[in-house]
Design a protein around this ligand. Sequence first.
Ligand code: PLP
Length: 457
Amino acid sequence: MLTNSLIEMDRQHLIHPVSSFKGHEARGVRVLASAKGARVTDAEGRELIDGFAGLWCVNAGYGHESIVEAAAEQMRKLPYATGYFDLGAEAPIKLAAKLAERAPGDLNHIYFSLGGSDAVDSTIRFVRYYWHSKGQPNRDQFISVEQGYHGSTTMGAGLTALGGFHEGFGVPYSWQHKISSHYTYRNPLKTDAEIIEASVNELKAKVEAIGPEKVAAFYLEPIQGSGGVLVPPKGWVKAMRDVCKELEILFIADEVITGFGRTGPLFACEDEGIVPDLMTTAKGLTSGYVPMGAVFMSDHVYETIAEGAGAKAVGHGFTYSAHPVSAAVALEVLSLYEGGLLENGRKVGARLMEGLKGLSDHPLVGDVRGRGMLAAIELVVDKENKTPLPASVQPATRLFDRAWEKGLIVRSFAQGIFGYAPPLCCTEEEIDMIVARTKAVLDETLEDADVRAALKG
Ligand code: PLP
């Protein structure tokens, strides 16, 4: 059978991202064959609702002919144009202008990458160049947030604060520092104001400890994604932005997940009316149809770098920066967002939250959180003590598989969190199916012997 031979080829040759090599060999691949809207079909013909939009990226949903046409037309006309040697092409120029127009404040300058990791990596290089240009080359220390994810390049993985990206890889570097996450559900501080104040004070103390004249920048995600969909208290992002201004360090918002309608507006920074010095995006920019990321740079960062470099080239760039096919796709994707998808996402996002909140009484649901079309439920066996599921459950496989059997793809985090990031095109009926299938997974999990034993205990 075709599927069996694919599984065998995959086992022998394809290295999967962030996977246990041995675990994957044992489990084998599930082959996805086609998709339309919010639904994917596997090679055996099973239809599933994609509650995670691929990897929180297919924001527009699958199967838009207009996106396919935009890519095909660009490929026919001009499949590649370098940005080196002062050359360019129409699509990336138009896209940069459009993004600058839609971005918060004076984020008027766009550098295109191939995805999120190299967008983050690019900001590290630009930030260093910025401080060098200002005559402060010793400002080379970077701060990010525990539970944060900023990609998997060597430098970005050091800003990332998830152990699996560090162990065995020799990161983080000594110039990469962290402050605690807000993680409200497990934060011993109870009120929003207390949590915000503690984070502000911790950042100030960290900068003081490193040496205020050495700190270059602070990175955050408006909502922490890969750390478990951790939503900060309202006002937290703004407070962190303000304190960076006070400390005179650059503030970088990593909107790789939250950008392009995921939380409601085009960018999550708009939720709190803030303008970062730099912003990173990817994923929803092209809705995952082709790879692309973008660094948004504010006027003052751009002008400082331009001044600093003078006639010299700023030595940073990739062969595929500002790829015309990706740019043509992004332009079409943007017009779909603005042509109704953002609005639909806001509408069905509210329904998703309402539906998941409706599961709060379930014995296994400790917390329900989210904003827009980004949500999570955190599973526990003891609500009062917030005791996680027993280790034997291995949610990343057992609960993922169970959801799959019920026709639902969710991100099943190892610590017992279900993450949701459905395409913005979902219908209300599909949202209800996501919630109903989740409930079916939880009900069945309640019957597992190890879960029942832990619940009783
Ligand atoms: N930054 C954030 C906040 C992310 O969530 C991710 C990926 O999930 C990245 C950076 C890295 O993006 P990519 O996987 O496209 O390299």
